[in-house]
Ligand binder design. Structure first.
Ligand code: ADP
Ligand code: ZN
Length: 667
């Protein structure tokens, strides 16, 4: 058989670079999505050395990939040259490969510290499926099994070892490590070391001992979440020496962001899910109860769905999670307890049925979609009622500082939901990253820019109502009270305070309550009005607002979209971004599921969706062609090549025109 590495002549799309809007940093390298945005490092183009050659051929041989994702190559090169490395890549950026490839290219053992015990088995299964000798040690192993693995470690039989941080504290473990010819340490989820992070693990503090004991070895710290403060903490705690820092953009180009007005939310969700009958997705809900109700209703409508929340028994939780990962169910309805450590690459949509509490959480949760780089949807259902509900919860908090933080975070979230700007721009702005493009063409606001109108009149009404109330009463009120006055409400407060006698009373009949509320929030976002957190969210005109009121300056507002609705499938995520023969794709998917079940591994360990779609597009019918498919490395070619070739051949026999028709544009 020809060496598969030799034959890579068929042009192939790199899914991560396909359908992408690029981020340009200082005019450099417009094709790189993950350009470092903190110019900590200016990276020269990789020279074509022997090292790059061997990196690329190992990438092809073991993982079946043709090209590196942004920053992977630079990170790997730095680690191979003995530098300490700190890598901040978004979810799906391909962090694992950054330590797996150096491990393969060097003799000795790479030790990976990871807090995600539940994932270790899958990771090791994945490596073994690619022909890489890997193992893990954690509390889930019985004594006999652990002993067997120790023996092999002493015999130098592994390339990669995954350990949980608590293992490092076990007596004798660090001494054992000394005898295992360790060549590199990789600390995954490195933010866990920091108290300032969202997921602090005290056991991670032990890691500073490692550096003391192995001063000469290169360390790698990898994470998808780190603010400036957490980053400094990681560098300090791990005592990284002159670490080369690589920070990728937080942009996830394959994710499509969209906000829908929440109306009959179950119907909206059901319609969407039914439009993607073969895809998996997560629906996040605010409460435990809601996850169960939604899962029940979905099942009654014929969708395979299960709930997941922290109130379930650990066993039930693990079962439902497992069923989702193994493609036995399509949809998991979950609280935010779900997700950390979910490695499923083919989550095609993440829906938020209720408003998340803050943008950081929203970014993390939506980040679980599309790790494989294929187009995936992030849909948020928004209603002002959710805001009121959450404000109520917040006002129940006893600590005033906490209340303020929560209110500010909620306001940023509402801003995201109501903004008519590019969703990407808002999200990335939250992480202090600039999005320099006019349109991303991959969010609802860029696809269908919101209609604006000359809102000078309603803006004037709203602002003068604030002014009048303040003037008459000497105190400020919240947004709802202003709307009450505009709509001529006769509620107790309006009457008690005599606001029914103001000139602005009952002058707003042309709009409904939610519309006035939306105008109010837009005027806040645009700096005409200020909302004071510490004083029960009362409204005050800013100097910009006062002068606009005085000078009658024109103000543009967003056309209310309260009554508009659309939950239509949007774009090419139906084809996963790779046009292929859908019938063959379905056949191959079934085959994958059977093989995975036989071997007791999740389907994606066998092949990813990207790989199956490429097969259903390119119809490989011999080993040579098969090895050209992305994700088919040597080991998988040997193990599964024939089975899949057979399935494809059979399919072509039964559908002789398939290959021709499907790949031609329809006329
Ligand atoms: P992260 O840990 O950064 O979220 P992973 O390491 O789990 O990301 O990788 C996400 C997905 O991307 C996996 O399915 C992996 O196989 C795939 N992947 C990683 N590197 C590449 C590459 N260079 N080319 C194609 N696919 C890749
Ligand atoms: Zn956009």
């Amino acid at each position: 058989m020809q060496d598969p590495i030799q034959s890579t002549h068929i042009p192939r799309m790199n899914s991560f670079r396909g359908n992408v809007t690029t981020k340009t940093v200082q005019g450099k390298n417009p094709n790189s999505l993950f350009t470092p945005h903190h110019s900590l490092l200016t990276l020269p183009p990789m020279p074509a050395t022997n090292e790059t050659e061997s990196m690329r051929s190992a990438l092809r041989r073991y993982f079946g990939h043709d090209s590196f994702r942004p920053l992977q190559e630079e990170i790997i090169t730095a680690s191979l040259s003995g530098d300490d490395v700190f890598a901040l890549l978004p979810t799906g950026g391909g962090k694992s490969l950054c330590y797996q490839l150096p491990a393969i290219l060097e003799d000795g053992l790479t030790v990976v510290v990871s807090p995600l015990i539940a994932l270790m088995k899958d990771q090791v299964d994945g490596l073994e499926a690619n022909g890489i000798r890997a193992t893990y040690l954690n509390s889930s192993l019985n004594k006999t099994e652990a002993r067997k693995r120790y023996a092999k470690l002493f015999a130098g039989e592994y390339t990669i070892l995954y350990v949980a941080p608590e293992r490092l504290m076990l007596s004798g473990f660090l001494d054992d490590l000394k005898q295992w010819n360790v060549t590199r340490f990789a600390v995954d989820e490195a933010h866990c070391i920091s108290e300032w992070g969202h997921d602090f693990r005290p056991e991670y503090r032990q890691l500073s001992n490692l550096r003391r004991l192995f001063p000469e070895l290169p360390f790698m710290a990898l994470t998808a979440t780190a603010t400036e403060r957490v980053r400094d903490d990681i560098l300090a705690q791990l005592q990284l020496k002159n670490a080369k820092t690589f920070v990728a953009s937080f942009n996830r180009p394959n994710l499509d962001y969209c906000v829908e007005t929440k109306q009959a939310v179950f119907q909206q969700i059901l319609r969407y899910i039914q439009s993607k009958p073969f895809e998996s997705g997560i629906v996040y809900c605010y409460s435990r109860k809601a996850t169960e109700t939604l899962a029940d209703k979905l099942r009654q409508s014929g969708v395979e769905a299960l709930p997941y929340h922290a109130g379930m028994t650990p066993l039930k939780r693990a079962e439902n999670q497992e069923a989702f990962i193994r493609d036995e169910i399509k949809v998991i309805c979950a609280t935010i307890a779900f997700g950390m450590g979910i490695d499923k690459p083919n989550v095609r949509y993440v829906i938020h049925q209720d408003l998340p509490k803050n943008i950081e959480g929203y970014y993390q949760e939506t980040g679980r979609a599309g790790r494989d780089g294929l187009p995936s949807d992030c849909i948020l259902f928004f209603s002002p009622g959710d805001v009121a509900k959450q404000l109520q919860f917040i006002s129940d908090k006893s600590n005033p500082k906490e209340r303020d933080v929560a209110t500010t975070q909620l306001r940023q979230m509402v801003h995201y939901a109501e903004s008519s700007e590019c969703r990407r721009k808002v999200l990335m702005g939250y992480f202090s990253e600039d999005w320099p493009h006019e349109s991303c063409s991959n969010c609802d606001n860029c696809r269908n820019p919101k209609q604006c109108f000359d809102g000078t009149l309603p803006a004037q009404k709203f602002m003068s109502c604030i002014f009048r109330v303040n003037q008459a009463s000497g105190f400020g009120v919240g947004i709802n009270h202003i709307v009450d006055v505009l709509l001529g409400s006769k509620n107790e407060k309006v009457l008690k305070w005599g606001h029914d006698r103001l000139s602005t009373y009952n002058i707003g009949q042309e709009y409904r309550r939610p519309e006035w509320q939306a105008f109010g929030r837009e005027l806040i976002r645009n700096g005409y009005i200020e909302q004071l957190t510490e004083k029960h969210s009362i409204l005050e005109l800013t100097s910009k607002g006062k002068s606009a009121l005085r000078e009658r300056s024109p103000i543009t507002l967003t056309q209310p979209s309260i009554s508009k609705k659309s939950t239509q499938p949007r774009r090419s995520s139906d084809t996963g971004g790779i046009d292929c023969n859908e019938a063959l794709f379905a056949t191959l998917r079934t085959l994958r599921k059977e093989l995975a079940a036989e071997q007791g591994v999740p389907p994606y360990i066998v092949f990813s969706d990207v790989t199956l779609r490429e097969m259903a597009r390119d119809f490989p019918i011999d080993a040579d062609q098969m090895s050209d498919i992305s994700g088919v490395g040597m080991a998988k070619l040997e193990k599964y090549g024939n089975v899949f070739i057979e399935a494809i051949t059979e399919f072509l026999d039964a559908n002789p025109d398939a290959g021709i028709d499907d790949l031609q544009p329809s006329v």
